[in-house]
Every structure is written in structure tokens, then in C-alpha cells.
Design a protein around this ligand. Structure first.
Ligand code: SDX
Length: 428
């Protein structure tokens, strides 16, 4: 590969392919003409070496443990910004002026209410339905209510659909929790922050004024920031692929929610806390470490490892710090946190985890905070989906507004039977 060309010798013919450079990060070999020129496909199950798109939203350096949103490091955003401001940044590309932020927050706040008929959708679920099942269903149903904003070729339609999705996710998630505990739904309250509104709709009850704890509101808002966007992860790639067919954004986000649910992805926060509870006390950690290393045992350390990060996930560092802040503010102790710290210490000093570069990821500590705030583990991934919605719609907007956008349609290496004639029953 020279400065700007890669040479590929296929069946004795050498083909040149352009090498494209980003503003930072790995170069890419542009193989869009490969099949037409050679009749061959590339083969990359799991897309470990494949750049699926060009994007200016989020940059990750997995070796260095760097995460930037429109160039701003996640640690600085978590420390100094708010989820509304990070949402504006992801959608618009620059940090807002105060008036821009106020206008954006005002718009989002006034889209938090759900169409009253949507409440009927919850009645169709069993009370013990997993909140992610409810989120998939209710978010997908939104497209039946907003025909006035599903012309994806219209930037204004894209904008209002994006605002509606970002605004309504807290209400949808809070009501999923309320439904599971048999409590009445609370309507949004416009004098609260985005995150405060969510906490009140989740934990408030009609009989008394909900007392918002500032430290909890700040921790929850920071957790939303840490989950907002993350390059071309599985659920974002799902949203992009669904959107590439022209599907409406509500349906695309419902597809993203479905993908995020998996324990290898967003479902890991629920699985990680369940694992920590199963381990129980630090003296039982070595047994689980051995299980995680045993190739014949499907057990994995949930909340550890990452497709991109081969260093410490910068979000996990912020999350661990936030655990301490929330525990101090709420004056709580949780033996699970001590177990998590001990597990991290032991794993990071174990050759297996060091050789395979397995570090805690964003899901390792988040469940401990969410549990301390009062969320059941079944709500953890719903909270991840709530926060990731801004990333999904920002990535979807970036794709749809690209005039060169085409439907995503991967090919395959076919290893099935070659053509053969049908056999009648008596000849089989
Ligand atoms: C998220 O992509 C994103 O950006 C996702 C995310 C986001 O913000 O959108 O960051 C959110 O999904 C975080 C990841 C949450 N998932 C988990 O915590 C589940 C546990 N982790 C793993 O399942 C795994 O690490 C993945 C799925 C996260 C990554 O899998 P890869 O990149 O396909 O790596 P791999 O499975 O090929 O693992 C490489 C090796 C394997 O051993 P070998 O086959 O090489 O011998 O490491 C081992 C794996 O067995 N390994 C683990 C392990 N993770 C990987 N061994 C024990 N415990 C683990 N957690």
C-alpha cells in the first residue's frame, strides 16, 4: 500500500484501489469497484476490518482508549456538559450558544408527551414483560402516529422526527417501568430538566411531590452522556441499515432497540450486575475468572472486553468515579461495588485478560449506579436505549442527508449445494 493506493493481485492481475484518509484514525482501502473489476467479494464476518460508512460524529481510538464526540473528549463532556447539550452537539456538529441550547431544550421538552392512545399499547403486555420488549413495540408504533413527519427526504420532517424520538423515549421508558410495578403513569412536567423529568416520571407517585436529588439527577444525566453515541456499533449499524431502505426513523430506532437488547451489546449492563450478584463475595472471584478463561465454558465476564477498545473504556473510568459520587451523596454502600472493584483488580492482573486486552467497558459499573438509584436490572438496557436514541437519530440523519446514500446490501461466501434437479418423493 503506497501513500494513496493499495495493490491487490487477483488471479495474476494487479488492481489498484484508492486509500482514503480520515481526519484521524486508520486509513481505508476503497474497494467499491472490487467486485465489478475482479468478480470477487471481500470476506469479513462481524465487520472486524470493515468501515461501513464515512462519519463525522464520533471517533474511537481503541488502542488509546479515546472517545470523541464531534472532537470533544468524552471525559470533558461528562464533566462539563449536559445530555441536552451533547445531544445538540451530536445533531448539529458544534456546541450551542446559550440561546440555541435553551431553544433546543424548550423544543425537546414540548415533545415529551405521548399521544394518549399510545397508553393502550402498554395494556397489551403482561405486567412482567421485559421493558425492552415494550420499548421495541411502543417505539415501532410511533410511526403509526406521526405520518406528518415520515417524509425522510424533507429535512424538516427528519428534524421533527428526531426531536420526537429523543423527547419521547424518557416517557416511554418511564411508563414501561410504571407498568411493570402496577403504578399509574405520570405525565411529563415541563419545568423539570430532561433527566429530572425522566426520574420523576419513573419514581414519582401522584400522592406526593417527587423530591429530585441533585446528585442523582447529575449522575443520571452523566450516564446518558456516556451512552449517547459510539461510532458504528451493532445497534447503530442496524439503524443505518434499516434507514438505508428508506424506512421511517421510528421503525429504524425500533430495530436499533431490538439489536441493543442482546447481552453481547447493550444487554451487558443487566447481565453484568446479575453476574456480580451471582459472584457475591470477592473470595468467589477466582472461580469465575477460571470459568471465563475456560473455552469449554460459555461463561464470559459480562462488562469486560470490547470489539474496539483494547484499552480501558474511557466511559468505564467515568462510570466508576460516578459510583463513588452517588454512593457518597446517597450515603449508601453496596457490597456489589466492592466485588466489582476486586474483580477488576484481579482480572486486570491476570495474563489471560491482559493478553486478550480485556478491560471493563461501559456496562461494567453502570448497573451498580442504576441499582443504587432504584432501577431494577430489567430497566438497565432500556436506559441505554433511551440515551442512545440521540446517537441513532444523529447517525441516521447523517446517512439520509448524504446524496450518495444507497441501500445497504452485503453479499456472501456461498457454501451450500450447487444446482441440482428436484427429486420426486419416490426417488429420494
Ligand atoms: C457494548 O460496539 C460498541 O461500541 C458497543 C458499545 C456501545 O457503546 O455501543 O460499547 C456497548 O456493547 C459494550 C460491550 C458489552 N458486552 C459485554 O460486556 C459482553 C462481554 N464481552 C464480550 O462478549 C466481548 O468482549 C464483546 C462482544 C464485547 C466483543 O467481542 P469480540 O470483539 O467479537 O471479541 P471476541 O468475542 O472475539 O473475543 C476475543 C477473545 C476471545 O477469545 P479467543 O477466541 O481469542 O480465545 O477474548 C475472549 C473471547 O473468548 N473474550 C472474553 C470476553 N470477551 C472476549 N473472555 C472472557 N470474558 C469476556 N468478557
Amino acid at each position: 500500500m503506497s501513500d494513496n493506493k493499495a495493490k491487490l493481485d487477483i488471479n495474476g492481475t494487479v488492481h489498484d484501489y484508492p486509500v482514503l484518509k480520515g481526519s484521524v484514525g486508520p486509513d481505508v482501502v476503497d474497494i467499491r469497484k472490487l467486485y465489478g473489476q475482479t468478480g470477487a467479494f471481500t470476506f469479513d464476518p462481524g465487520y472486524k476490518s470493515t468501515a461501513s460508512c464515512e462519519s463525522g460524529l464520533t471517533y474511537i481510538d481503541g488502542e488509546e482508549g479515546v472517545l470523541l464526540h464531534r472532537g470533544y473528549p468524552i471525559g470533558q463532556l461528562a464533566e462539563n456538559s449536559s445530555f441536552m447539550e451533547v445531544s445538540y452537539l451530536l445533531l448539529n456538529g458544534e456546541l450551542p450558544q446559550q440561546q440555541e441550547l435553551d431553544d433546543f431544550s424548550y423544543t425537546i421538552t414540548r415533545h415529551t408527551m405521548l399521544h394518549d392512545q399510545l397508553r393502550q399499547f402498554y395494556q397489551g403486555f403482561r405486567r412482567d414483560a421485559h421493558p425492552m420488549a415494550i420499548m421495541c413495540g411502543v417505539v415501532g408504533a410511533l410511526s403509526a402516529f406521526y405520518h406528518d413527519s415520515t417524509d425522510i427526504s424533507d429535512p424538516e420532517h427528519r428534524k421533527i422526527s428526531s426531536h420526537r424520538l429523543i423527547a419521547k423515549m424518557p416517557t416511554i421508558a418511564a411508563w414501561a417501568y410504571k407498568y411493570s410495578v402496577g403504578q399509574p403513569f405520570l405525565q411529563p412536567q415541563n419545568d423539570l430538566s430532561y433527566t429530572g423529568n425522566f426520574l420523576r416520571m419513573t419514581f414519582g407517585v401522584p400522592a406526593e411531590e417527587y423530591e429530585l436529588h441533585p446528585a442523582v439527577e447529575q449522575a443520571m444525566d452523566r450516564i446518558f452522556i456516556l451512552h449517547a453515541d459510539h461510532e458504528q456499533n451493532a445497534s447503530t449499524s442496524t439503524v443505518r441499515l434499516a434507514g438505508s431502505s428508506g424506512a421511517n426513523p421510528f421503525a429504524c430506532v425500533a430495530a436499533g432497540i431490538a439489536c441493543l437488547w442482546g447481552p453481547a451489546h447493550g444487554g451487558a449492563n443487566e447481565a453484568a450486575l446479575n453476574m456480580l450478584k451471582e459472584i457475591g463475595t470477592p473470595d468467589r472471584i477466582p472461580h469465575y475468572i477460571e470459568r471465563a478463561k475456560d473455552k469449554n465454558d460459555p461463561f464470559r465476564l459480562m462488562g469486560f472486553g470490547h470489539r474496539v477498545y483494547k484499552n480501558y473504556d474511557p466511559r468505564a473510568a467515568v462510570m466508576q468515579k460516578t459510583v463513588r459520587e452517588v454512593f457518597d451523596a446517597l450515603n449508601v454502600k453496596d457490597p456489589v461495588f466492592e466485588t466489582a472493584l476486586a474483580l477488576e483488580e484481579i482480572a486486570l492482573n491476570d495474563d489471560y485478560f491482559r493478553e486478550k486486552k480485556l478491560f471493563p467497558n461501559v456496562d461494567f459499573y453502570s448497573g451498580i449506579i442504576l441499582s443504587a438509584i432504584g432501577f431494577p436490572t430489567t430497566m438497565f438496557t432500556a436506559l441505554f436505549a433511551l440515551a442512545r436514541t440521540v446517537g441513532w437519530v444523529a447517525q441516521w440523519n447523517e446517512m439520509i442527508s448524504d446524496p450518495g446514500q444507497v441501500i445497504g446490501r452485503p453479499r456472501q461466501l456461498y457454501t451450500g449445494p450447487t444446482e441440482r434437479d428436484y427429486l420426486s418423493m419416490d426417488k429420494r
